[in-house]
Design a protein. Structure first.
Length: 193
């Protein structure tokens, strides 16, 4: 009986190790935060990408990577955040996007599936769900439907269905993002200053 209990304890303790507890274990199209973009595309290809400073504080910039620069299997395009003057191109934050042209219900279905996959893959997460008006839309008719999966250290995986108003002229989209706490704190406290 003791051997049986010991084996059972061993099996259940082993199962808990199969769930990840680190945001760097989450990948989008094979990329993860903390690694060099150079591991996936050449310097020549990177030089062809448009560096976009989307925040007033220019400490970080964005590359939008489409299928012609990287073989994307799941997402229509990626948004990769890189620290300015980092010539190793270390990924600081990362998002994958799927466009849903006026099909927000399909976006919600896909987001729900991804949310369930994240819950199954990671342990010790705090989960917050909320809706928020998109600050880019002056009419305040565009809504973001958000789920945040927050790790104990403050790192976050976020899923968002972006329901754009017709005024904005954007396709509705699903966004899955990996946002380390350091980058999140910068967005909140410094990015728009």
């Amino acid at each position: 009986m003791r051997i049986f209990l010991a084996v059972l304890v061993f099996i259940f303790s082993f199962q808990s190790f199969t769930k990840a507890d680190d945001i760097r274990d989450f990948e989008i199209e094979g990329l993860s935060v903390g690694e060099s973009l150079l591991n996936h595309i050449s310097k020549i290809q990177i030089d062809k990408l448009k560096k976009q400073f989307i925040y007033p504080n220019k400490q970080y910039y964005v590359f939008v990577i489409e299928k012609d620069h990287l073989n994307l299997n799941t997402y229509d395009y990626l948004q990769v955040e890189i620290k300015n003057n980092d010539f190793d191109y270390i990924v600081q934050a990362l998002s994958g996007f799927l466009d849903y042209e006026n099909q927000i219900k399909d976006c919600h279905k896909k987001r729900k599936k991804i949310d369930n996959d994240i819950k199954e893959s990671f342990k010790h997460l705090t989960i917050e769900k909320y809706n928020k008006k998109n600050r880019s839309d002056k009419t305040e008719k565009s809504i973001n439907y958000i789920t945040e999966f927050i790790f104990k250290n403050g790192d976050t995986i976020v899923t968002i269905c972006e329901d754009w108003s017709s005024y904005m002229g954007h396709a509705d989209s699903l966004r899955v993002g990996i946002v380390p706490k350091k980058f999140y704190d910068w967005i909140v406290n410094e990015a728009f200053k």
